[in-house]
Write a protein that binds this ligand. Structure first.
Ligand SMILES: NC(=O)c1ccc[n+]([C@@H]2O[C@H](COP(=O)([O-])OP(=O)(O)OC[C@H]3O[C@@H](n4cnc5c(N)ncnc54)[C@H](OP(=O)(O)O)[C@@H]3O)[C@@H](O)[C@H]2O)c1
Length: 341
């Protein structure tokens, strides 16, 4: 009889979810310890743990000799990169693949809201003023969407979903990746295929080295890349200056990928017409942030990835990985230490 596996979560997962996990994974001893820091868990407890499910509570590798797998509650791993556990051989898995469908809906909603001048419409509403007939025609006629080009920086699971919807809107989609190839459903990747099949055959996929070349013909720039040492500052002043005049930007990736000061200045000059931003360098956005008042921007509080079927999908993902962990098979959604995501 194999020994039980000790699973500890620091997340505020409810009893029903944990009971279901324990019921369907009989070898798992399930424990919830909702703490904020590793010091709040004793060395004796750390020494027993096989599986840790957490946001950012990590032991030192020597504290948890039995620890073989950490399941994160995020799609990104940028908050782990500086912790010693990142350099250990403990497998780290992400939530990737749970959010792409709602994220793609959010991204397309944002793109269409920009094309239909939502920032200006909100300003009219706040000032309780009905636009004049001339204002309606000159400033509120929508920007074209069909027959325009959308470039998706980071053409992974989110990018695929976004592309399916944008293709249906009649856009020409360019997807940029690190390796220059599209990433399709893979057995070791949680991949909710949703609607991504809709237009994939017409997407032009290229390596990120093509970024400078595609920016001048990009009408809508969509940022959906993980934040890694290689993507930090990827869209700086020089890149934003190469974008087609009057282009729009939608950022659902992570703060730090787009240079915020350069974007503010490009919006002020209207070189970039509008931006929809769900992620920021500083989160929560401080009260004195210029983004609260920037008139050509839609600002949302990092909500693009909230998923309506999160609990069921999380259970499916964790159960799959418990099975694989028990059998010594490769885990699904394992972060790639070399690629940094
Ligand atoms: N706003 C939110 O609420 C929210 C929610 C969930 C996720 N996110 C963000 O969305 C990101 C993408 O999620 P996903 O599930 O689509 O990730 P994914 O399936 O892992 O795909 C990542 C994509 O980014 C590309 N990439 C990685 N490094 C790159 C680089 N240096 N240059 C160019 N492309 C690069 C990858 O290319 P290769 O395949 O060639 O490596 C791949 O196409 C997450 O990492 C997270 O930061 C945000």
């Amino acid at each position: 009889m194999p020994r039980p596996l000790n699973y500890l979560t620091t997340l505020d997962l409810d009893d029903a979810w944990l009971d279901e996990l324990a019921r369907t994974c009989p070898r798992l001893e399930v424990r919830r310890v909702p703490v904020r820091s590793a010091d709040e868990i004793t060395d004796t407890v750390w020494a027993e743990i096989d599986v840790l499910h957490t946001h950012d509570v990590f032991p030192r590798p020597d504290q948890a000799p039995r620890l073989g797998w950490i399941q994160l509650d995020t799609s990104g791993v940028e908050h782990v990169l500086d912790h010693p556990i990142w350099s250990s051989d403990v497998a780290i898995t992400t939530l990737g693949g749970i959010a792409p469908v709602p994220m793609s809906e959010f991204t397309v909603m944002s793109l269409l809201a920009l094309a239909h001048h939502q920032p200006l419409l909100e300003a009219f509403r706040r000032s309780r003023r009905w636009p004049t007939a001339a204002e309606r025609l000159t400033t509120l006629t929508p920007l074209p969407v069909d027959q325009t080009t959308a470039t998706i920086v980071g053409f992974g699971r989110v990018g695929h979903e976004v592309a399916g919807l944008l293709t249906a809107l009649g856009q020409q989609v360019v997807g940029l990746t690190r390796r220059g190839v599209a990433r399709g459903p893979e057995p070791d990747l949680y991949f909710d295929t949703g609607r991504s099949h809709l237009g994939l055959s017409s997407v032009r996929v290229a390596g990120i080295e093509r970024l400078e070349a595609v920016l001048p013909r990009t009408d809508f720039l969509i940022v959906a890349v993980p934040r890694t040492p290689a993507t930090r500052g990827l869209l700086g002043g020089a890149q934003l200056a190469r974008l087609k005049d009057g282009a729009c930007l939608v950022n659902v990736s992570r703060g730090g990928v787009v240079d915020e000061a350069a974007l503010l200045s490009a919006l002020a000059s209207r070189r970039i017409r509008y931006a929809a931003l769900d992620v920021f360098d500083d989160e929560p956005l401080p009260a004195d942030s210029p983004w609260w008042d920037e008139p050509h921007t839609l600002v949302t509080p990092h909500v693009a990835g909230l998923a309506p079927r999160y609990r069921e999908q999380l259970l499916e993902l964790v159960r799959t990985n418990v099975d694989r962990f028990q059998d010594g098979r490769p885990l699904v959604n394992r972060a790639d230490r070399g690629a940094g995501y």
